[in-house]
Design a protein. Structure first.
Length: 173
């Protein structure tokens, strides 16, 4: 059961798509805390400029996440808990690094700012999942929390993915 829980948590973590709590406090640049109403809305030039920055961070993180997902699948198929745990730690670092890069962006549009907030929130949930999943033994409460965080993370991921695809299709022509 532990293997299944670890595998499920790890997959949800990796699929959170690079979307930590510590990175939000350490960002030295960008306008992450900008209120939505202070940013432009439906301004094509601002959205295009924001997407150019944003997509670079997301695409790089997603490439790394796919590679880590493959490593994790291999570790789980070999029943190698230490390798799976190592991949989780590496994935957590990727999520934290991605959040730091996203937070450091200076965005102009409400549309991409809202997307950034969703992805960072999803990554924070994925980081929390990884911390729980890497425990030696999981209590019933841990399993329940993993399940809830996983559901929330997947919802955020799906919403962010849909939003990003829509923005890219509309503004990245």
């Amino acid at each position: 059961m532990k293997k299944l829980t670890l595998c499920a948590a790890a997959l949800a973590f990796l699929l959170a798509g690079c979307d930590g709590q510590n990175t939000a406090n350490s960002a030295s640049a960008g306008n992450f805390t900008a209120k939505q109403e202070t940013l432009s809305s439906a301004n094509a030039a601002d959205i295009k400029a924001d997407l150019a920055q944003f997509n670079g961070v997301i695409n790089s993180a997603n490439s790394e996440a796919v590679s880590m997902r493959d490593e994790l699948m291999k570790a789980n198929s070999n029943n190698d808990k230490s390798a799976a745990t190592a991949v989780l730690k590496k994935s957590q670092s990727l999520q934290e690094s991605t959040n730091a890069k996203l937070i450091a962006l200076t965005l102009k549009s409400q549309e991409v700012q809202g997307l950034r907030l969703k992805i960072v929130e999803g990554n924070m949930k994925a980081i929390a999942m990884a911390k729980i999943a890497s425990k030696d033994t999981l209590s019933d409460a841990d399993r329940k929390e993993l399940g809830e965080l996983g559901k929330q993370s997947v919802v955020l991921q799906m919403q962010a993915g849909t939003q990003l695809n829509e923005l890219n299709s509309q503004y990245s022509k």
